[in-house]
Write a protein that binds this ligand. Structure first.
Ligand SMILES: *Cc1c(COP(=O)(O)O)cnc(C)c1O
Length: 391
């Protein structure tokens, strides 16, 4: 008989960075279940369950909702590559790293990319977004709902309205938003949304949830050039996951099990309760940070709940703090990059990791690390967070 215990023993980490985040134990259990074939009726049953659960989490009735093989960036590539082509125009509301990646993908697909720029951490107001879109009249408008490089949330309603007035489709990056805050695709008017499994959903990286509005397939039919990507061709993917069940590629079965279980956990918790949990733990964490004398980088009304960007205090390097957290307790947080290199910490309190005990532990260990690096906290962060929780 073959052995059933494996020979790996990865180090124990508390993942509190921008992702991957902590994985629910039930999700690991799901991944250990025996696989079936990629054309097995059981696989299609699971992928149908995923379709329904994902649509709920995205806030949409889009039938065209599925998990694409690959990480969040695969979702990005699918959403961009299907809707732009040589000579088309793509407008990007650019206020962070993932907006830059969107622009790069658009350029690689032959689109002419026009950008409205904002400093990282700021968001576009309705008027400036509308003026830009009306002036440029693009075929596709892209924005990032929750910018994991900065910690800011971009409202989408005005973007979508202006885009539809000029006949453009809206692509929205919901990578860190999905499962941590309302995405409201239908109400907002988003035409193509993508996400990942390893941030707000509580599963490992490996799949990219994607949802496409009924408006978008018309654009696919109206393409004048054939899609350059075969793997991400949504028409072919729909023939696999949709009713035809025609072989396209071998879906990563274990990841489908993982996603199905993660979404089931979300269904059991309920979206309103889940969002409230994220908001509460975020606010408790901020109360603790501010009590210690740290300043948040993003203005209060634009902050994401899932990803916190406190500024690195004067005289301290983010690397030294991160090393102390990792060496001491195996806690992973990350620093800023690009224009925010050395300026902020990026701390994820998301998915399965968004828990009171994690908030308190992190504040306690950050306080020790800051002291050890010569920064004297103004008051006790853990006490301030506790006071928030019991208020
Ligand atoms: C992480 C992330 C991505 C890329 O996802 P991968 O899973 O790393 O490919 C894209 N957009 C945002 C906002 C992200 O946070």
């Amino acid at each position: 008989m073959s052995q059933t215990t494996c020979t790996l023993s990865p180090p124990k980490r508390l993942l509190m960075g921008p992702g991957p985040s902590m994985v629910e134990p039930r999700v690991y259990a799901a991944m250990a279940q025996p696989i079936v074939g990629h054309l097995d009726p059981y696989f299609f049953q699971i992928s149908e369950e995923i379709r329904g659960l994902l649509a709920t989490a995205f806030g949409t009735s889009n039938q065209f909702t599925m998990a694409i093989s690959g990480t969040g960036s695969a979702g990005m590539e699918a959403c961009v590559s299907n809707f732009v082509e040589d000579g088309s125009k793509m407008a990007v509301l650019a206020n962070g790293f993932f907006c830059d990646r969107l622009s790069e993908l658009g350029r690689r697909q032959g689109a002419s990319v026009v950008r409205l720029e904002k400093p990282w951490g700021e968001v576009f107001d309705a008027g400036e977004a509308r003026d830009f879109i009306k002036r440029e009249k693009p075929g596709v408008v892209a924005y990032v709902m929750a910018e994991t490089s900065t910690g800011a949330v971009q409202p989408g309603k005005a973007i979508c309205e202006a885009a539809h007035e000029v006949g453009a489709l809206v692509v929205a990056d919901c990578v860190t938003a999905l499962g941590t805050m309302p995405c409201n695709l239908d109400e907002t008017g988003i035409d193509a949304a993508y996400s990942c499994t390893q941030k707000g959903l509580g599963a490992p990286p490996g799949l990219a949830p994607v949802s496409i509005s009924p408006r978008a397939p018309e654009t696919l039919r109206g393409r004048t050039t054939s899609h350059k990507s075969w793997y991400f061709d949504l028409k072919l993917l729909d023939e696999y996951y949709g009713s035809a069940h025609r072989y396209h590629h071998t879906a990563p079965i274990s990841m489908f099990y993982a996603l199905r279980e993660a979404l089931e956990i979300i269904r059991e918790e309920g979206l309103p309760a889940r969002f409230a949990r994220h908001e509460r733990n975020h606010k408790a964490f901020v109360a603790g940070l501010e009590a210690m004398g740290l300043r948040m980088f993003v203005a209060p009304q634009h902050r994401m709940w899932a990803l916190n960007t406190p500024c690195v205090p004067e005289g301290v390097t983010d690397l030294a703090i991160r090393k102390r957290l990792m060496d001491g307790d195996g806690i992973e947080i990350l620093g800023g990059f690009g224009p925010l290199a050395g300026k902020v910490f990026r701390i994820g309190i998301m998915g399965a990791g968004s828990r009171e005990e994690n908030v308190l532990l992190l504040l306690d260990r950050m306080e020790s690390a800051l002291r050890a690096e010569g920064f004297t906290p103004r008051s006790n962060g853990v006490e301030a967070a506790r006071a928030f929780y019991s208020a």
